[in-house]
Design a protein around this ligand. Structure first.
Ligand SMILES: [Zn+2]
Ligand SMILES: [Zn+2]
Length: 214
C-alpha cells in the first residue's frame, strides 16, 4: 500500500475512533460534571504536597510489558500485574472529595475513564500534572466496572504506580482531535484550542463543548 493510502486509512480510523459512542459518552459526562460548581467548592484534607513517585526508575518502566485498553477486559475486574499502560489525558481533571477523575486515551487512541485515589495534589496545579495533554503511565493497571453505573474505568489506588511523563505533554492540544499545536481557540472561552473550524464545530456538537464554555 502506498504511504498516502496508509495515511488515508489512519485518518479514517481516527475519525471513527473520535466518534466512538463510549468516548462520546464519557467525555460528555465528564464535561457535565466539570460544569458543576461542586468542583470549585471542594476542600481536600491532608498534605498540600503532591505525591512523588520514588521507587520506579524509567529504566525499569521500559522493561515492563506495555498493555493497551483493547487487551483489557473490564468485566473481569482484573489487575494486569507486570504490565504498564501509557496514557494521555484529554480533559481537565475533575477533582472529587476522595479521588481525581480524568478521561484518558492510550497509545492506540482508545479512550477510558481513569480514577486515581489517594493522590496528594495541589488543587491549583493538578491540571498541570493530569490535565489536558498530560501523559503518564500506570503500572499494574486495574480495569473494572463502576458500582454506580456498571461501566468500565481504570482504578488506581496506589499513587506510587503512577509515573508522570511531564516533559512529553501535548502542548495546545486540539480539544476534538488531540493534535498538538492547535493554534486556533474558541473565541468565547478562549481556553479551548482547535486545529480549525471543523474541529471546533465537532467538539461543540459531539463532545458538548458548551458545558465548559463560559
Ligand atoms: Zn483538531
Ligand atoms: Zn469555548
Amino acid at each position: 500500500m502506498s504511504l498516502d493510502g496508509r495515511e488515508g486509512e489512519l485518518k479514517e480510523n481516527r475519525k471513527f475512533q473520535l466518534k466512538d459512542p463510549w468516548r462520546v459518552e464519557i467525555i460528555q459526562n465528564h464535561r457535565l460534571l466539570l460544569a458543576n460548581p461542586y468542583r470549585s467548592t471542594i476542600s481536600f484534607g491532608g498534605s498540600r504536597e503532591e505525591s512523588v513517585v520514588q521507587d520506579i526508575s524509567l529504566d525499569k518502566l521500559q522493561k515492563m510489558k506495555p498493555i493497551l485498553l483493547i487487551e483489557m477486559d473490564y468485566s473481569l475486574n482484573k489487575t494486569y500485574t507486570g504490565r504498564v499502560i501509557k496514557l494521555k489525558s484529554l480533559e481537565p481533571v475533575l477533582v472529587m472529595p476522595v479521588y481525581l477523575s480524568m478521561i484518558v486515551e492510550d497509545t492506540d487512541g482508545d479512550s477510558q475513564r481513569c480514577i486515581i485515589h489517594n493522590y496528594q495534589y495541589n488543587a491549583e496545579t493538578v491540571d498541570e500534572i493530569f490535565g489536558i495533554g498530560c501523559k503518564f503511565s500506570i503500572i499494574n493497571p486495574h480495569l473494572r466496572t463502576g458500582a454506580a453505573d456498571n461501566k468500565p474505568f481504570i482504578k488506581v489506588t496506589d499513587p506510587a504506580t503512577v509515573i508522570l511523563h511531564r516533559t512529553e505533554g501535548v502542548r495546545k492540544m486540539c480539544r476534538y482531535c488531540g493534535i498538538e499545536n492547535a493554534e486556533k481557540h474558541c473565541a468565547k472561552c478562549k481556553t479551548a484550542n482547535y486545529c480549525d473550524r471543523d474541529c471546533q464545530t465537532r467538539d461543540w456538537k459531539v463532545y458538548k463543548h458548551k458545558h465548559l464554555c463560559a
